[in-house]
Design a protein around this ligand. Structure first.
Ligand SMILES: NC(=O)c1ccc[n+]([C@@H]2O[C@H](COP(=O)([O-])OP(=O)(O)OC[C@H]3O[C@@H](n4cnc5c(N)ncnc54)[C@H](OP(=O)(O)O)[C@@H]3O)[C@@H](O)[C@H]2O)c1
Length: 339
């Protein structure tokens, strides 16, 4: 392995607003050797999710941002290429938070825990990075545990063609609700309407969202599944129905700003409409993952649930992958395949 190097992305500077490739630096180091009780894994794919932006901004849920000069955070999958650990053998497929690098050493717990994975029939192994992983659980728990849909409810979903959003849209329809999607380009809007069969789709970049909501749901929104925060959240609050449930899942429109997050001015509608607005953090719902993934797996197997993977290739494209999810260029889950 001596002439093979380990490509790793370090954080060079913190972005003031929109992240750029210049905020990172690609370095090539020696591939690390696993010590006694350790495993060397080769990263196969990393998943790009919008909150990664907070790792070089506000710090996210922990408040800890990646230090300058340190390797960028990230989660993905790999294959064990050397093992000096009794629980792992060469060729095992694994998942973990190995960071933006091609090779990583861990003892299975530190510096990051590893989980063994295997492909499910009829799905790529990368499905564990979205529909059979965090995005799937987030869509399922956010909809069924937080929003609790009833047949006939009107559900509004933002970032509706995204990794989480597209699953929420489909689960909402399967649950007998009328689903309205918001997305940022024509290709996504067409797919939501033609392929997923949503009753209405709003392109927030070319249409007036408030006007369109008054037009397509004059009696109000029963559930708003919010993936983006900011102005769209505010506009949705202006059109809620009595007893509405607003699920705060994410705020992608705000992650590029390190201060002065947009606060909704229509929040008092929660009082007039006796509505609730609740956030949730998916890793507090680990006990629900098994049911969520079993149900999502059944729906996929029966041809009732679809998902898109948007794949870039090569370690050099990791920053580009992050930029794509923050600018809306991704169509489905953004993956970067390393090997
Ligand atoms: N609560 C939890 O535990 C939890 C767990 C996982 C994910 N999440 C959240 O779920 C959300 C979706 O994540 P994902 O992985 O499924 O990402 P995604 O939807 O696949 O990708 C992000 C999408 O956000 C939209 N977007 C970007 N900038 C925007 C802006 N300024 N205004 C409006 N929309 C914008 C873009 O779609 P358009 O082209 O349509 O604009 C982009 O494609 C994120 O906010 C994430 O933080 C929360």
């Amino acid at each position: 392995m001596s002439n093979i190097k380990n490509g790793r992305w370090l954080v060079k500077s913190y972005p003031e607003d929109e992240v750029s490739v210049d905020n990172f630096e690609l370095v090539y180091d020696e591939v690390p050797e696993p010590g006694e009780g350790e495993i060397l894994i080769q990263t196969t794919s990393l998943v790009m999710s919008p909150p990664l932006r907070m790792a070089i901004g506000t710090g996210g849920i922990t408040g800890n941002r990646v230090k300058l000069g340190a390797m960028m955070r990230g989660s993905g999958q790999g294959v064990v290429v050397k093992s000096r650990h009794p629980g792992f053998t060469e060729g095992d497929r694994v998942a973990g938070a190995m960071g933006w690098q091609e090779y990583a050493v861990t003892d299975g717990e530190r510096p990051f825990p590893l989980e063994k994975i295997s492909p499910k029939a009829g799905q790529p192994i990368t499905a564990n990075l979205h529909v059979m992983g965090a995005s799937g659980a987030t869509a399922y728990v956010g909809l069924y545990d937080i929003a609790k849909p009833k047949v006939g409810d009107v559900i509004l979903v933002s970032a509706a063609a995204g990794s989480v959003g597209a699953l929420v849209c489909q689960l909402g329809k399967i649950s007998g609700c009328r689903v309205i999607g918001i997305a940022g380009n024509e290709k996504k809007c067409r797919w939501l309407k033609d392929d997923l069969g949503l009753s209405e789709v709003i392109n927030y970049k070319t249409e007036n969202v408030a006007e369109r909501l008054r037009e397509v749901c004059p009696n109000g929104i029963d559930i708003y599944f919010d993936n983006v925060g900011g102005e769209i959240l505010d506009t949705a609050l202006g059109q809620i129905a009595h007893g509405a449930r607003i699920v705060l899942c994410g705020a992608t429109s705000q992650y590029e700003g390190d201060a002065n997050w947009y606060g909704p001015s229509n929040y008092f509608n929660l009082v007039y409409k006796e509505a609730t607005m609740q956030g949730f953090y998916i890793f507090s719902y680990a006990h629900r993952f098994k049911e969520a993934h079993r149900r999502l797996g059944e729906l996929i197997a029966n041809g009732n649930l679809v998902y898109n993977e948007d794949v870039l290739k090569g370690v050099e494209n990791l920053p580009a992958g992050l930029i794509r999810v923050l600018s809306g260029e991704n169509f489905g889950t953004q993956l970067v395949r390393l090997s």
